[in-house]
Design a protein around this ligand. Structure first.
Ligand code: EPZ
Length: 428
């Protein structure tokens, strides 16, 4: 397994480009199941998860053409050859469950492995399943798989539009039901739907394919089912989590960086937190300029919430920054039940963090010291890289396959701003 070595102490300066959003691209790819024509996605990030989902879609009957360097992905599912999403793929990437709604909408049948838990929590898919049942699907859970069908007694095997209220906000469940509803018979109303920008991006692509959707991006989405969808070409929205992660890099190193493609509307909660910390975030031509001069960092407390609140995917990164603040911050994680695995690793670098339930109390220290640390999940990994950029000495992050799932060319992007960062290949 590769490692990444970072030698800290260099204030980053220059420009960092933001890639297309992983969390938008994955559902967009599953939308290809809804039509027998070609869906072309551009601004596609070159990430491990994209490859994993392409493999899964091919196993379901898709043909794919991927120009990874050019960020273009053509997907065509002329017909579903095998509606089974195998455990071996699903266990590696939970977003695989997003093929279920489209398969049911397209063919009235689909089998998906239950994803199993992951490092940050149990992450069940009960909201996905309950919503699809409300739309007329019959689910048979056995051998770790969900065998879903739409009985012929339901509109001759076609999902029905429903009014469905989510008991709490779920990004994936909103995406699954949104896609299923595009081909259902009748109108679907999703209440307490997720408002993440990736939902609006998915809806924009589905509308380009011929879907009839109102309210995406708000907590109530209305979809009028149509008989068929066509192909389309769609550019994937910028990755707001990568954007936010790179905004914290100049903040933690005391540098001055333009995050190219940065959009304040996608990272407003983070921008507010950085402003409170004493970091300047300024919209400039082509992106966001983030800088911190010689001044210290103010402590900032936050609670993670669904969009537009502070993103759980940016919690670990802010915690890394707050380890160097002049004072005490509290960070409360409300979305996942176990998303503090970066804490023991940051502690190895000299951070002072006390965890009590879902709240971490961070007491700022004057400096961090480089150390060997281990990545445990995607966003914890980047928080360790960020801490390493500021620490004295060398930090070696192991298990960086977690990082490669969500950050494209991370070393090149940071090195271009002066970071001393190298990948140590496993067979080196
Ligand atoms: C999406 O995951 C993202 N992944 C996650 O990003 C992100 O952290 C999360 O949304 C929250 O913003 C993708 O988009 C591929 P949820 P998702 O359904 O859809 C519980 C990253 O780092 N829940 O909004 O799985 C769930 O356990 C990843 O890029 C149920 O209980 O998140 C969690 O506690 C990590 N039952 C909460 O709801 C369900 O049926 C929110 O989950 C579904 C979810």
């Amino acid at each position: 397994m590769d490692k990444i070595a970072v030698t800290g102490g260099v204030p980053l300066t220059g420009r960092i480009p933001v890639s297309g959003s992983k969390n938008a691209c994955l559902p967009l790819m599953t939308a290809a199941l809804l039509t027998d024509q070609t869906l072309t996605l551009t601004n596609v990030p070159d990430l491990a998860d994209i490859g994993t989902l392409s493999t899964l879609l091919r196993s379901l009957g898709a043909t794919t053409e991927h120009d990874a360097a050019g960020g273009r992905l053509d997907l065509r599912v002329a017909r579903l050859s095998s509606p089974l999403a195998h455990y071996d793929i699903v266990r590696k990437m939970r977003a695989s469950v997003l093929v279920l709604g489209p398969m049911l909408a397209r063919d009235g049948a689909g089998t998906v492995s239950l994803p199993g838990g992951c490092a940050i929590g149990a992450r069940p898919v009960d909201l996905h399943l309950k919503g699809l049942e409300a739309m007329g699907a019959t689910l048979d859970l056995r051998d770790g798989y969900v065998h879903a069908t739409v009985p012929r007694s339901v509109n001759g095997g076609r999902l029905r539009g429903v009014s469905y209220r989510f008991p709490f906000v779920s990004v994936g469940a909103t995406e699954n039901l949104l896609m299923a509803a595009t081909l259902a018979k009748g109108t679907t109303r999703l209440v307490n739907a997720a408002r993440e920008p990736e939902i609006a991006d998915l809806a924009a692509c589905l509308s380009a394919m011929g879907a009839r959707i109102e309210g995406a991006g708000t907590s109530t989405i209305e979809i009028e089912g149509v008989d068929a969808l066509s192909g389309a070409e769609h550019a994937v929205i910028a990755d707001r989590i990568e954007m936010g992660s790179f905004m914290i890099a100049p903040a933690i190193t005391g540098g001055d960086v333009v995050v190219e493609g940065g959009r304040l509307d996608l990272v407003s909660a983070l921008a507010e937190a950085l402003d409170a910390a004493g970091v300047s975030v300024e919209p400039v031509e082509g992106g966001l300029r983030v800088r911190r001069g010689g001044a210290g960092l103010n402590p900032v407390s936050l609670v993670t919430e669904p969009f537009p609140g502070y993103a759980t995917d940016l919690q670990a990164q802010m915690m890394a920054l707050m380890t160097l603040a002049d004072g005490t911050s509290t960070i409360t994680e409300q979305i996942f039940e176990n998303r503090f695995m970066h804490v023991p690793e940051l502690t190895r670098m000299g951070a002072r963090i006390d965890v009590n339930g879902n709240t971490a109390t961070v007491t700022g220290v004057p400096s961090l010291r480089g150390a060997p640390v281990m990545a445990t999940d995607l966003r914890a990994s980047i928080s360790l890289i960020l801490a390493g950029l500021a620490a004295q000495g060398e930090t070696v992050v192991s298990r960086v396959y977690h990082l490669d799932r969500g950050y494209e060319r991370i070393e090149q992007k940071l090195r271009a701003c002066g970071a001393r960062i190298e990948r140590i290949r496993a067979d080196d």
